[in-house]
Design a protein around this ligand. Structure first.
Ligand SMILES: O=C(O)CCC(=O)C(=O)O
Length: 313
């Protein structure tokens, strides 16, 4: 096995060590302990709390709750709001959230995340439109995610793997439903999936017999830890049997040379050495301006998109 990696030549920079890079390429995933600190997590945490307040308002207006629980802390408020309600009530707000709230933009552009991603995809980094906030609420069946490959959500896009950056916003434990993966499955072909029926979601799922004999690794991690993984890697997460919300995000990045997947929404240029002035600003992102468009006159924009097409082909 060692010989396989002897010819390893690094072609990218970024913050990952050669060893981490080899680990990611070999195992299909990498754990970056304590990647984010409290200051990094505060803006997205504010966005999560903002969304929870909107939900509380809606539940209150519909007479489903009598107390908005405004003093409950981040870990507990959403769990307690849905305490006496059903899975269907929860799913009305989506099993995961993709809101354009300022705090998420700061997270998606966080230099610590982009530095790590740069080691994997190079310095022209596109933030894929598929980014999720996952509030895994106790007893809500949709919190448990079946075995799947992320690529099953974009089977026809991108020959090159998209990098998922999964980050826990509370300590992810066996009890609250941490991530589980099967190392070294990233080189398997895209497996035939089916739509999962029990949880009322449209999760793509694999049957037990498709999982092969690869061992499963559970990844309990502390808040602020990131797990990077390849979009063919088999992974799942277990139910939340705790009394609090298992908050996490899953962000995705790829090189600008790949399909921007407009069928999934609008991504953005997150970092660029070639075109630093085209990197999306908060205003671009909030307005959902298409990739690489930037500001300027219509003529300048047209010229830029022609240049970009030339440089990306
Ligand atoms: O956060 C989870 O529980 C599952 C995450 C997942 O499946 C993903 O990020 O693709």
């Amino acid at each position: 096995m060692g010989g396989l990696f002897m010819a390893f030549h690094r072609t990218t920079r970024g913050s990952l060590s050669d060893e981490q890079l080899m680990q990611y390429n070999r195992d299909g995933y990498l754990v970056l302990e304590d990647l984010l600190d409290d200051a990094d997590m505060e803006p997205p945490r504010q966005a999560m709390m903002e969304k929870v307040s909107m939900i509380a308002d809606e539940l209150f207006e519909h007479g489903l709750i009598t107390d908005k629980l405004t003093n409950e802390p981040f870990h507990y408020r959403l769990a307690k709001l849905f305490d006496g309600l059903t899975d269907q009530h929860f799913l009305q707000f989506g099993r995961s959230w993709r809101d354009r709230l300022e705090g998420y933009f700061h997270l998606l552009r966080n230099p610590k995340i982009l530095d790590a991603v740069e080691s994997l995809v190079g310095e022209e980094i596109f933030a894929n439109p598929v980014y999720n906030t996952r509030p895994k609420v106790p007893r809500v069946a949709a919190g448990a995610v079946p075995w799947h490959q992320d690529k099953s959500y974009w089977p026809d896009s991108n020959a090159n793997p998209v990098v998922t950056v999964w980050i826990s916003f509370v300590d992810a434990t066996f009890e609250n439903g941490c991530l589980h993966i099967k190392p070294r499955t990233q080189n398997t072909k895209l497996l035939e999936w089916h739509a999962e029926k029990l949880t009322g979601t449209s999760y793509t799922a694999l049957h037990e017999h498709q999982l092969g004999s690869r061992k499963t690794v559970a990844l309990p991690v502390k808040a602020g830890t990131a797990i990077l993984f390849n979009d063919r890697l088999l992974h799942m997460s277990t139910p939340n049997n705790s009394d609090h919300v298992r908050w996490s995000v899953d962000l995705r990045y790829q090189s600008t040379e790949q399909d921007p997947m407009p069928q999934h929404g609008i991504g953005f240029l997150a970092r660029s050495a070639k075109f630093p002035d085209r990197v999306a600003t908060l205003a671009d992102w909030l307005a959902e301006r298409p990739e690489h468009e930037g500001g300027g006159s219509e003529h300048e924009q047209l010229q830029r998109s022609k240049d970009a097409r030339g440089s990306l082909s």
